[in-house]
Design a protein around this ligand. Structure first.
Ligand code: SF4
Ligand code: SF4
Length: 435
């Protein structure tokens, strides 16, 4: 199974794009399935679970057997009552598959938060789930494994929620390498001027229309320029040192609401803010707190009443420390108290971000969008970019391998998402024109 998954170019469809075959090591005990989809406005995973329930359960059964796992626990928001009922019916005879209803909070889908909520296992700061015998996979990644095993299909297309200021939000299927401009033609936009948010409101970023769909694209959200979220994301220098010095009251709300802090990890953004405000940037204890930050932006977009951005500084310091080879200690901490009042209800979050009016379910569209030209990314996964194995002028078919990953390292294969001719090969992409 591992070799087939590598061959099909499967990477995490819901996060940073970690090659999936590496997660499937021997000696694991639990499969934690991420169907939480905790970012507001997104329906991609929900629709995949609704439309392909049987396929997902089939591949979960196979993985339990093939990998000798004890249990699969499937985290889904409890608000999805019909979906949970459907899955409970399909799995009623499967003792080793448990559906775990999750509260409608952010960030229930953060990998470590999900593992704790589903299996009561805390992954220490700096450790991987595998170190606690856990494999965590997003539902779309699982569906890609199903297509690889049962339909011999590599990853060539992607399900994406297209929502925001549109007449009818949709979950569409697009060929990988399609430009966002092309995708937006498939919805009716209701405002003359908009910005494009790639990903969810909390962790996504504003991008231009020439960005292309990759194996990790989950949502395209079209928003006017006057939303609170737009101003929060676009505000220049919101995390600047001067603003921290003058405005941070050291109230600690950022730390109290931090999901990683609530897992017992030593992630304390208020201490980093204090270090910056007081010029203590050489204080390694205060800086090392950044190593456990997952970039969820809870501290910046929800907790801080002064509109400061602790997340911006936390991620900046984390990047610098990692560049220097400094890693978290992996130290174990006591389990947290169950202070549910510190969890963030999704409805409150939508209010705070000014997005409530866009909170509408998305319609599932099964037909694949196939553009005239695709720009196949060769480095959209974590690790080593794939090496092109085609030449300019070659005719390639859909699902044909066009770039090879390195099985011995962290890497992934790339397959053409359309039939066509290779027009150009650059450092980052293979451009194919449809024929
Ligand atoms: S929430 Fe804002 S004001 Fe309070 S400690 Fe954190 S950064 Fe400072
Ligand atoms: S972004 Fe803020 S709230 Fe999220 S993990 Fe990092 S410090 Fe904690």
């Amino acid at each position: 199974m591992r070799a087939q998954i590598f061959e099909a170019g499967i990477i995490g469809a819901g996060g940073a794009g970690f090659p999936t075959h590496i997660k499937l090591a021997k000696g694991m005990a639990y499969l934690i399935i991420n169907g939480a989809e905790c970012e507001p406005l997104m329906y991609t995973d929900y629709e995949i679970m609704m439309q392909f329930s049987e396929e997902l359960v089939t591949i979960i059964r196979d993985m339990l057997n093939a990998l000798g796992l004890k249990k699969a626990i499937w985290g889904i928001k409890s608000k999805h009552k019909a979906l949970i009922a459907q899955l409970n019916t399909i799995t009623s005879l499967d003792d080793a598959i448990e559906i775990c209803p999750l509260p409608n909070i952010y960030p229930a889908g953060d990998e470590l938060t999900l593992i704790y909520k589903c299996a009561n296992i805390i992954i220490p700061k700096g450790q991987l789930p595998s170190q606690k015998k856990v494999i965590a996979l997003n539902v779309e990644t699982l569906y890609n494994i199903y297509k690889c095993i049962y339909e011999k299909q590599p990853v060539t297309d992607k399900y994406i929620t297209v929502t925001g200021a549109v007449e009818e939000p949709k979950v569409i299927k697009a060929a990988i390498g399609t430009t966002f401009e092309e995708i937006i033609k498939h919805v009716t936009v209701t405002i003359p001027e908009y910005d494009i948010l790639l990903g969810g409101p909390m962790m996504g970023s504003f991008v231009s229309a020439d960005i292309k769909v990759t194996k990790t694209t989950k949502a395209i959200i079209l928003l006017p320029k006057d939303t609170v979220l737009y101003h929060k994301k676009k505000a220049i220098g919101i995390g600047s040192i001067k603003r921290v010095m003058s405005a941070c009251s050291q109230c600690q709300m950022c730390t109290d609401l931090c999901p990683r802090n609530r897992l017992g990890h030593k992630v304390e953004p208020h201490k980093l803010m204090n270090a910056f405000a007081n010029g203590l940037v050489q204080n390694s204890d205060k800086l090392h707190t950044a190593l456990g930050c997952c970039g969820c932006n809870t501290c910046s977009y929800y907790a801080c009443h002064h509109d400061l951005s602790p997340a911006e500084l936390m991620m900046m310091v984390k990047r610098e420390l990692m560049k220097e080879g400094i890693k978290p200690s992996g130290e174990e901490y006591p389990r947290p108290s169950h202070n549910v009042t510190a969890e963030i209800p999704s409805s409150r979050l939508l209010d705070k971000l000014g997005l409530k009016q866009y909170d509408k379910p998305a319609m599932f569209k099964a037909q694949k969008i196939i553009p005239r030209i695709v720009y196949m990314p060769i480095a959209a996964h974590i690790g080593k970019p794939a090496s092109p194995i085609v030449n300019v002028g070659d005719y390639v078919r859909t699902a044909q391998k066009i770039a090879s990953g390195d099985l011995t390292g962290i890497s992934a294969n790339i397959h053409s998402s359309i039939n066509g001719v290779v027009k150009k090969i650059t450092q980052t992409e293979i451009i194919i024109e449809g024929r």
